[in-house]
Design a protein around this ligand. Structure first.
Ligand code: PLP
Length: 410
């Protein structure tokens, strides 16, 4: 009804939004290749110019000239905490509650294991049956896989509440689902888990940097997240972990490496955990990629998460509308929640030939990605994408589908 009363969205409409966009200047902060419309910032963020410069500086000056002195001279030893403090601002945490370390997968293992020790009288790890595989695999390694007496309970999203019974030690859940972009209600689920005496470990990989997160506001226990998606920290850069201050004395890391020791440079015989979140460090941090992430986070000094979220919603709504208006017989179906406020910052569209269609798009400079069996994902990253990119991307999708260009992959 409403659709028929309004005129179709035009490229000019979107160009006007670009002209009024408070985030438009941020695009300049990235080094973007010519001729590419990038819809995959949810999987690998592009290169911030600041990260490129920082890596060169750290390589030439700090490593090249400073050598081992740079651990103190250039504060390498504190870098995981300093970068953690920057991330804390994006997730509603206190600076001393966040550490950058290892990969998301390793951090999941450390915090899941810590959660089980914090609830010794409970046996169940609760996960979503179709959550990101690494989350489920690691939960499995701490249950049947490692011959412990824990149980991995896998349920569908609509059965989560019911499965949260008083035998659950920890609920481990992605804030935004990696395939469908479905956004979980963090406040409601955390409250529900706490009512049952369970802890929650939130995986923020697909939400950090894309929308406002208030870990303190929801009384969150534990969280992990990825540095190379919406945070643009570069391929394989360190991930982060969050442990609420109220758990700092009790929570223990299963990986008792020397850099998680209270006094690593005392080289003591016995392990004594460092205070607070530092005990979740394990080995030597990857300084080069941590430096890239550090500089990438400075981009967020130029943009509020509120503006980022507002633009992301407008972009994904426009994409959805253009697909409906301009590709009426497209044989595409929406795999994401129809309400933009119920999803993170990407859209998943099903198409029987989704894989070939995505290859044809990438051939023509429209880079999204594909997840089996038939999902094409289009990410929205308001820091560097323009509203007109949405128009142009959908236009190329229209050509690929109408002319069946996906039939001849190159
Ligand atoms: C991207 C992603 C990860 C990545 O884990 P790595 O250890 O960095 O490979 C983990 N969990 C979720 C939900 C993700 O989206």
């Amino acid at each position: 009804m409403i659709q028929s009363l309004t005129t179709a969205l035009s490229r000019d409409d979107l160009a006007r939004r670009d002209a009024e966009d408070p985030l438009a200047p941020c695009r300049e902060l990235f080094q973007l290749p010519q001729g590419v419309l990038y819809f995959d910032g949810n999987s690998l963020g592009p290169l911030p110019k600041g990260s490129r410069d920082r890596v060169l500086e750290v390589t030439d000056k700090q490593w090249g000239q400073g050598l081992i002195r740079s651990w103190s001279l250039h504060g390498w030893i504190d870098l995981p905490r300093r970068v953690g403090a920057k991330i804390a601002r994006l997730i509603g945490a206190q600076p001393h509650e966040v550490l950058t370390a290892d990969s998301t997968s390793v951090n999941l293992f450390k915090l899941l294991s810590a959660a089980l020790r914090l609830r010794p009288d409970r046996r169940v790890i609760l996960c979503l049956e179709d959550d990101f595989p690494t989350d489920r695999y690691l939960a499995w390694s701490l249950s049947d896989g490692a011959a412990t007496d824990h149980e991995l309970r896998l349920v569908a999203a609509d059965a989560l509440a019911e499965a949260l019974r008083d035998d659950v030690a920890v609920l481990c859940l992605s804030h935004v689902h990696y395939k469908t972009a479905a956004l979980h209600d963090m406040a409601a689920l955390t409250r529900l888990a706490h009512e049952q005496g369970a802890l929650v470990l939130w995986d923020l990989s697909h939400s950090v940097g894309a929308l406002e997160i208030e870990l303190h506001g929801v009384d969150a226990d534990l969280a992990v997240g990825c540095g190379y998606k919406f945070l643009n920290g570069g391929p394989g850069c360190p991930a982060f972990l969050f442990v609420a201050e109220r758990l700092h004395d009790e929570a223990r890391s299963p990986l008792t490496g020397w850099l998680g020791h209270e006094e690593p440079f005392a080289f003591a015989d016995a392990y004594r955990p460092a205070r607070g979140v530092d005990r979740f460090a394990c080995g030597t941090p990857s300084i080069l990629s941590l430096a890239a992430l550090d500089a990438a986070l400075d981009v967020f000094d130029h943009a509020s998460l509120d503006d980022i979220r507002r633009k992301s919603l407008a972009m994904s709504e426009s994409f959805q509308r253009l697909v409906d208006e301009r590709l009426p017989d497209h044989r595409l179906s929406l795999a994401s929640p129809a309400d933009p406020t119920k999803r993170g910052s990407h859209l998943a569209l099903r198409h029987r030939e989704g894989f070939s269609v995505m290859l044809a798009l990438i051939d023509r400079g429209v880079i999204g990605d594909f997840r089996p069996p038939n999902l094409m994902r289009f990410g929205f990253a308001p820091l560097y994408q323009r509203y007109t990119d949405v128009w142009d991307g959908v236009e190329i999708l229209r050509q690929v589908l109408e002319q069946e260009l996906w039939r001849n992959p190159t």
